[in-house]
Write a new protein. Structure first.
Length: 85
């Protein structure tokens, strides 16, 4: 399974939902980068994604997007394929 990195912040309902969707797909280990605790991490996230909102999710080197993008992948049956590589 490919590694999952998620840029998050505290008390973010979309971050919680994204983690639930990933867990439903067998992801047990997520590298969380808390942008609310590390301003440089927010700058890094914005330079990588062009987006300011969290979550921003990467599966391997692929930027999936935010929670809605992840849910759309899951609904289309494509998330498992991406996770498996």
């Amino acid at each position: 399974m490919k590694p999952v990195t998620m840029y998050t912040s505290a008390y973010c309902p979309y971050c919680i939902r994204a983690k639930q969707v990933l867990a439903q797909n067998g992801v047990t280990d997520i590298e969380e980068v808390r942008i609310d605790l590390d301003p440089q991490a927010r700058d890094t996230m914005m330079s990588l994604t062009g987006r300011r909102t969290v979550p921003q999710i990467f599966i391997g080197d692929v930027h999936v997007g935010g929670c809605d993008d992840l849910v759309a992948l899951h609904s289309a049956g494509k998330l498992d394929v991406l996770l498996a590589g």
